[in-house]
Unconditional design. Structure first.
Length: 205
């Protein structure tokens, strides 16, 4: 399964332009606002999980954050991000890994994931993801997650996904993280369709 998952994303990122994928955002405003709401220092360690070639890292660099990490399962996605960032790429640590098998010596102050968590459909994968967030974050860490809501799509990029409500998010994360903020939001895709996301900002207990 692991290899086929990686192959799927390598194919996506080698065959589609950045604005030919549904999750494309020219300016990830919601994620930026949620990260700014954490009120962490500019040198705080911030990781973007499954960030692919999202523009979040660019925006955070422009805002003066200096300790940024970008994780994606796809080498091609990481290469695209590096190429786009050019000279600025030296301020980012790039990690090619599946978020389930990612282990780091670093402990992060902000863990951000928009549109990657919902691809986990097996209970043990979801549990492993939760354990990884706990293991790889500092004790007062912020955890920001944007995932498909119950009004969102049932599939993305040809793969099945898991939809979430605040109740089902709380069932996964509520024991270890305190919910600070949660809301749903429509994302307009480049194909003029709308996907409904749920965004939650948690603080580690």
């Amino acid at each position: 399964m692991e290899n086929t998952k990686k192959e799927h994303w390598e194919t996506v990122f080698t065959t589609k332009a950045e604005n030919e994928v549904s999750w494309y955002q020219n300016e990830p405003k919601t994620s930026i606002q949620l990260i700014q709401a954490c009120k962490v220092a500019k040198y705080a360690k911030i990781i973007d999980i499954g960030g692919g070639d999202s523009y979040l890292i660019d925006s955070l660099l422009d805002l003066g954050y200096t300790n940024l990490f970008l994780l994606d399962i796809s080498d091609a996605a990481i290469e695209r991000a590096k190429k786009r960032l050019g000279d600025k790429a030296k301020n980012v640590t790039f990690i090619v890994s599946d978020s389930l098998h990612f282990q780091s010596d670093e402990k992060f102050d902000v863990w951000h994931d928009r549109a990657s968590f919902h691809f986990f459909t097996e209970a043990n994968d979801i549990e492993q993801y939760r354990a990884n967030v706990i293991a790889n974050t500092n004790q007062n860490a912020h955890f920001i997650i944007g995932t498909f809501s119950e009004d969102g799509p049932l599939k993305c990029s040809g793969l099945p996904i898991t939809q979430y409500s605040v109740e089902t998010m709380e069932a996964v994360f509520g024991e270890d993280f305190e919910l600070e903020n949660c809301f749903t939001e429509d994302h307009e895709t480049p194909f003029d369709t709308v996907q409904n996301f749920i965004f939650c900002h948690y603080k580690k207990r």
